[in-house]
Design a protein around this ligand. Sequence first.
Ligand SMILES: [Zn+2]
Length: 499
Amino acid sequence: MDTWLRSRMHELSDLHGVINLAAWDREVYLPAKAAPARAQQLSTLHALHHERLVDPRLGDALARAGESGDLTPDEQAMVRVLTRERERAVRMPARLVTALAAAQGEGIQAWREAREAKSFARFQPALAALLALRREQADAQGHDGERYDALLEGFEPGMRVQRLTPVLTALRDALIPMVAALASVRRPPPAFLDGRAYDTDRQWRFTMRLLKAVGFDLEAGRQDLSIHPFTNAQHAHDVRLTTRLDAAHPLSALFGTLHEAGHGLYEQGFATEHQRTPLAAVPSMGLHESQSRLWENLVGRGRPFWAHHFPALKEAFPQALADVDLDGFHAGINHVAPSLIRVEADEVTYNLHIVLRYELELALLRDELPVSELPSAWNERMRRYLGLTPPDDTQGVLQDIHWAWGEWGYFPTYALGNLYAASLHAAAVRALPELDAHLERGDTSTLRGWLHAQVHSQGFRLPAEERVRAVTGEGLTDRDFLQYLRAKYGALYGVTLKG
Ligand SMILES: [Zn+2]
């Protein structure tokens, strides 16, 4: 690859890193008065990045490189990934970018007011405006008659509605009876989460212990606090995580940290030779999420992991956990109950929240559902899937910020993450039959090493589903996830789970 193209890749990657750093700082440390200045700085940096990306000389260089026969396989992948990103940017009219930014500002504002008023009506006009712009965007970026595909492509490159819908529909139909069977056991929520006090300094220290336990490199990253935990990476050697501390709800810190650490391990694991190139990137948000869910749920809510860590947790919170043993803790952190709020959902009910949103998003983009009917369509599905009726729109259709940003196509990446996580974990267990024994003695290195080799260090060499297929022998499937749920929750709840 010629040095000019290589240096442009470095430049785009550096700009992207600095944009991420400024955005991280905005969420974590920015003084209140600096918000307008930071917005301007970020806007300038975004414009610079965009200008460099759509530069016709870059387009020519990529086309020449693509035609030349002397690229290594990694260089071919770099050209392919950057060409795709560039074409999406080129096809996005500048007028639409400006209009979307304004509509997002109005969307967020109207969403906040609507939440305050507990009424969707206040949000409806802003949402309709955003939807019209996203339809325009989808048409500008191109699709085969399915607008949703063009938006999904922004988060899950290569995934299509035609591939996704049958999998999510089958998942939904398997989960509904499973949730009902578990709910019929009527187990009360764990007493150790019933208002007992957990010192937040001790919580913080325990999250740092967990980061070390899973092998997050604290010399190539750090953890801070924010209201909503997130991961933000500028480089494999600079990965920032956040967590949140709540004196009455220690699980949000423990599992928030494990979740973000899963994202962080992925970002820290990109290959050295891919640094500052388009290959030092995740192939999709779903695959990114597979790594966070794997550590948070498949490892972090598992008995082997806590067999090692529970004694230290009990030592950190001797009063709150005085009457709790390992089995009680394990059952408590895996309590299943249909609930209204997605971000509070357990891993059995969680995907039903996603399927509900996916179906509504698709219907909106296809003009099959008028915006005005969104709340009633939401409530009707909540009843069918989870047996619940939201008391107001704030606990229903207005609960997530995604649509206020006009983000359609993002929600399914959470479900893809859960399904990919289960398939990758099943493959890891096949490859590492002693894995549970390793976790029981606090050794996460075999699993981490396997994930590093199979997924993290591969960067964006392959699209997400092809990467999963290369590792597991099969692409997207709900089989491993459902098998995992049946085995785990069947045992925890003493019921035989079908579906
Ligand atoms: Zn995540």
